[in-house]
Each structure stands twice: as structure tokens, then as C-alpha cells.
Design a protein around this ligand. Structure first.
Ligand code: CU
Length: 457
């Protein structure tokens, strides 16, 4: 596929794929290759290091933060379907960590949670190695002390391209986040009742690690934007100056046909691929989150993440096909659920309420058998929104409160509105081991709104 992204500086970080190194590195790889069924595949090696760094979220203000490879976001990892990713991870943080590959269908042992591996101690290392089976916009982040580690800056995008991607004039990865800085420009102390309830939201809104940057686009062109919501808790009702854009894909890659919209809701951890443009020279548009009231104590309003400035025209060769992909339905909307996952709250002596699943903190759920269709009702018994995330598998949304979704797609995060029931279907393929689902408002997850279960062969 032809890539034009360098023309606009759309990526702050170049592709990270590089050729295998010499010496011990090559010998190591050869030994690993021969023991793996991946021989003959392209291996993308990457050294990833988590450490403290000085970072300017706001120009002129230096903030002590944490990042991968001394940058926020961490390097954008780019690959093709079928490639093998080999991440040699080193932890230079003052606390244990790990890396979860959000949305990727990896073996259970590579899921990067405390359930499947010991967190990597300070000074320690771990090699993540797995094949990339699906095209899409994914991301990576720690799955250890998450409310702190993500807020400090540990996250990055992971892009996997398929053979048949729509051809646009340029491509851009936009990782959105909000961070709470104190009066000294440092990450504000964590905790408190509001933060426990709402999840942590900050007033400094970031696009690719910078507060409200100005992005440039050429007049007349259509760009593909891969947008990731890496916020701890914030929802982003994404708007690009109120102009129509075209939704191309969601969590698990392309949808069946393009959908025109003027806004799209990204719950925490959600991704969307959109085609934006063409605009006229001189236009200036706000890339912003429109007000979304998710029944928090602290209310937000329309808030800008970045400004898009339209420069001189360039020719366009963009073409968005009428059909993007075929997604066979897993089950009819009327399918009978074989499991109910209740997102709830429970009174707690420690913190007034705990966030729970089926009335239990860190719910131990029944195993599922590989190859057996799962139809789950995810029921929100609370008065606030919760973004439900399933690890390691994509699901289809069959209905929300009995109504079919606007389009069919593969998802790994779905917002469950207050008092709503979302019916999902998913098919566990044969990747036995321990898996989990949880609310992706990280404070709710930490409080106990998660379940774990085994996939058995
Ligand atoms: Cu939640």
C-alpha cells in the first residue's frame, strides 16, 4: 500500500520496523524462529523501554511523566497482517508494569495482564512475541496500576494494515488523552472520592502527547485518521468542526460500508477510523469532544483537543469504495443469551461504593469452551455509563436495549449506557487460558468492575 503520511508530518514517529540486527540478536532470533511455527514470516523487532522522562505536554512547561522510549505516546508500531511482532520490553520505572496489547487476538500468555504473567519488576525485562492476525487500529498500555500508569503517559498506537485498505491521500494516527496537571504543571496527585466515582479526567487535552496542537491538512485532500481514545475515563464525542466525515472502521478494523456522520462517540479505549475532508484553504476546524454527560459528579462541556488548519490545495487521488468488507453475522439479534454480565455498584466501607460485576469484585466467571458461540447480555444496573472491554476476542453487538446497532462491526469495547442492556455475540477460537473483561474506566476496573474466566479447548 502506498503511504503518504510523511508529507504532512502526520506521524511524529516514523515506522519502527527495522531489519533484524547482527550478532547475538540474530542468533537469538534464529533459535526462537526454529522453535516457532512462524518461520518465514516477517518479524518486526522493537525494543520498548518504560521510564520516567521530562515531557512538555504544554509548551514551556516541563512535566515529570512516564513514557515508552522517551516519548508520549510511545512509538507507533506499524505492521501488516501476518507479521510477527517481537517486543523486547525493559522496565525502568520505579514500580512493576506489563504491557497489554489492546484488541489483539494474541495467545493468552501474551495478553500482558497480571493474570497471565508476573509483572516485570523495576530493572527487569520480558519478551512479548505474537502474530498479528487482524488489520485495524489497536493500542498498547500497561495492565498494572493502570489509573496511574496510563495517566503518567504509558500508551501507544499499534497499526496493522490489511491487503485491501481504502486509498486516501494521507494517513494520520491521533491518540487523544486528557491529563490533570497541578499548578506547577506536574501530574496532579491521585485519589479522592470524585476520581473514584467518575474516573480521572483532566483539563489538559492532548493529541499525540501535546496540548491542543495545530494540525495541518492540504485543501482538497481526504485523509484517513486513526483515532484512539487513550483517556483514563473521559468519553470523546468526536467532532471535526461539525463537518461530515466518513466512518471507515472501528475497534476490529473496517466496517462493511462507509457511514457518513458529523460526530462519533469514543468511549474510553475505543478507536475509530474516519475519512476527513476535503476542506477549503484557510478553513480552521476544532477537533473536539462535544459535551457528553455520562452522569459524573464533575461535568464537562465542549472541549477542544486540537485545531485543524487547512493549507494550500493538493491534488487528490482518494477513493472510498462503496463496500469495505463483508462481516458475516455471528447470531441473529433475537439469539438467546447464555450469560449475563451485570455491571453494578455495591456499598463499601472503604470507599462508599465499589464497582462490581454480578455483585462481586473481580468476579470469577464460568469457563467458555472454544468453538461454542457466546451470546452475552451486558447489563448496566447503574446510573452512569461504563465502557465494557473484552480481552483477546472481538464481539459483534447484536442489540442495545433491543435495538440493532446502526452497522455491523467487530468490537472489543462497547459503551453500555445507564440502565441499558447490550447484547453481544463472540466466538472463542482455540486460545485456551485465562482471559478477562472489565470496565475501561480505569478506576472502576481497579475498584473491581471486572470478570475473569478461562477459555478451555
Ligand atoms: Cu465503569
Amino acid at each position: 500500500m502506498k503511504s503518504h503520511h510523511d508529507h504532512h508530518g502526520a506521524h511524529h514517529h516514523g515506522p519502527v520496523a527495522h531489519e533484524p540486527g547482527a550478532g547475538a540478536d540474530a542468533a537469538y532470533r534464529q533459535a526462537f524462529e526454529s522453535a516457532q511455527p512462524d518461520a518465514g514470516r516477517r518479524v518486526i523487532p522493537l525494543d520498548l523501554e518504560a521510564r520516567e522522562l521530562d515531557w512538555q505536554f504544554v509548551p514551556g512547561t516541563t512535566t515529570r511523566a512516564w513514557g515508552y522510549n522517551r516519548q508520549i505516546p510511545g512509538p507507533t508500531i506499524e505492521a501488516r497482517v501476518g507479521d510477527v511482532l517481537e517486543i523486547r520490553f525493559t522496565n525502568r520505572l520505579p514500580q512493576p508494569t506489563n504491557i497489554h496489547w489492546h484488541g489483539l487476538r494474541v495467545p493468552a500468555a501474551m495478553d500482558g495482564t497480571e493474570m497471565v504473567q508476573h509483572s516485570v519488576a523495576p530493572g527487569g525485562a520480558f519478551v512479548y512475541r505474537f502474530r498479528l492476525p487482524d488489520a485495524g487500529t489497536f493500542w498498547y498500555h500497561p495492565h498494572s496500576n493502570e489509573p496511574v500508569q496510563l495517566e503518567m503517559g504509558l500508551y501507544g498506537a499499534l497499526i496493522v494494515r490489511g491487503a485491501d485498505e481504502p486509498q486516501l491521500d494521507a494517513e494520520r494516527v491521533i491518540v487523544l488523552d486528557d491529563v490533570r496537571l497541578d499548578q506547577h504543571g506536574q501530574i496532579a496527585p491521585f485519589g479522592g472520592i470524585v476520581e473514584h466515582h467518575d474516573g480521572r479526567e483532566g483539563d489538559t487535552r492532548l493529541a499525540n502527547g501535546k496540548a491542543e496542537p495545530v494540525l495541518a491538512i492540504a485543501a482538497g485532500q481526504l485523509e484517513r485518521w486513526r483515532v484512539v481514545n487513550a483517556s483514563t475515563a473521559g468519553y470523546i464525542r468526536l467532532s471535526v468542526g461539525g463537518k461530515p466525515f466518513t466512518i471507515l472502521g472501528t475497534d476490529g478494523g473496517l466496517i462493511e460500508a462507509p457511514v457518513t456522520a458529523t460526530e462519533v462517540l469514543l468511549a474510553t479505549a475505543d478507536r475509530v477510523d474516519i475519512a476527513v475532508g476535503p476542506f477549503a484553504e484557510g478553513e480552521e476546524l476544532a477537533i473536539e469532544a462535544l459535551q457528553y454527560l455520562r452522569r459524573t459528579i464533575r461535568k464537562r462541556r465542549d472541549e477542544a483537543f486540537a485545531t485543524l488548519r487547512v493549507g494550500p490545495a493538493r491534488p487528490t487521488a482518494a477513493r472510498i469504495p462503496e463496500r469495505l468488507r463483508t462481516i458475516a453475522p455471528l447470531a441473529p439479534a433475537t439469539a438467546t443469551p447464555n450469560r449475563i454480565v451485570k455491571l453494578g455498584i455495591k456499598l463499601s466501607l472503604r470507599r462508599m461504593v465499589d464497582f462490581v460485576i454480578n455483585r462481586e469484585r473481580h468476579h470469577r466467571d464460568k469457563p467458555v469452551k472454544a468453538g461454542e458461540l457466546q451470546v452475552w447480555d451486558v447489563v448496566n444496573t447503574t446510573l452512569m455509563d461504563h465502557p465494557f472491554h473484552l480481552h483477546g476476542f472481538f464481539f459483534q453487538v447484536l442489540s442495545v436495549n433491543g435495538e440493532p446497532p446502526a452497522w455491523r462491526s467487530w468490537e472489543d469495547v462497547i459503551n453500555v449506557p445507564p440502565r441499558a442492556t447490550v447484547r453481544i455475540a463472540w466466538l472463542p477460537d482455540d486460545r485456551p487460558g485465562s482471559w478477562m473483561y472489565h470496565c475501561h474506566i480505569l478506576e472502576h476496573h481497579a475498584s473491581g468492575m471486572m470478570g475473569h474466566f478461562d477459555v478451555v479447548s
